[in-house]
Design a protein around this ligand. Sequence first.
Ligand SMILES: *[C@@H]1O[C@H](CO)[C@@H](O)[C@H](O)[C@H]1NC(C)=O
Length: 332
Amino acid sequence: MLLLQLFVIASILATGSSLGCMKKVCGNNAKNEFRRCPDTDGSCGNYHTERSSGEIIDGVDVRCRTGEKVYAPIEGEMYFWRPYGGKREKACADQGVRIEGTGQWQGYAVHISSVQLAFFGGHVEAGKEIGEALNRYCFDDRGQNDVEPHVEVRLYREGKLIDPTHHLQNCMCTGQICESNSRNLLLGDPFKTDKRYNGVRGWDIECQMINDDDEDPRAPLVYSPIAGETVGRIRLFTDANGAYTGCDNDGIFIVGIDEWMGYEARLYNVKVRADIGFGRKRIVQGEPIATRLDCENSPDSVFVEVRFEGRVVNITDIITAANCKAPNFPVF
Ligand SMILES: *[C@@H]1O[C@H](CO)[C@@H](O)[C@H](O)[C@H]1NC(C)=O
């Protein structure tokens, strides 16, 4: 009973992080919408398109009025950064931020300009207010003021510019799956077959026991990779009577809803949350739905298998958060 209560409390407090998905960058622009394309002068703020200056920019222009609040879209270490490299004639817009990612954003960096920062360094959590938007065209007294006001966002991974679009908008990644593995690090190859779990292709997601200070190791929470309905437990092996009560024989089966319509996810080596039990139950993405199994032989991982329209599909990029663009699988 106590365990169940603890679980319910933990469920309320903890949800898995939305790995790969950035938070809101500006004001009330919750969906991180870009400025219109084409804009009044024919330019665009989309990734790798031509700006008013004629330059092709590998960044995006998120709609944002001068003076609106700007937020850190990822967690990391903050640095003051000059988007115009100190050019005197552009001084009024020559302020911005570089956030070097930490935690799940390790290896990434984000540049946002133009922003008047409220402070100039230190650690920021994703979603924290960091300053307010400046007029990017304050040095230009001719046109350009007609284009929709915006801040420019650039995303680097391992030092190279990448497309931030689907990390900002319609971000469809699975999020963190195991409590002790904030980046969904995999054991072995992605999308591998695994004899322990029916030989179906999937992902063996590292999931170590958690050693809090002064306590016995505890089994980490497991978060739902998709929004859906649980259809019940999976029993891999049963005896002649269709029953099995062993420890290392549990899993959960989720049928997708909303943006995950058509998908199914199966998770193995997990112990299903007690109040989910049998029968359908609606769950949100990132909700703790299980703990990792903690039997004598339980591996330090959780195995995930995903189907779309009944077929096993390779969604490695949206599990590892390398790309959060909704895959375009053919519907049969
Ligand atoms: C699965 O997808 C990843 C990423 O797109 C790719 O690198 C890998 O080769 C694919 N694996 C298989 C077995 O198709």
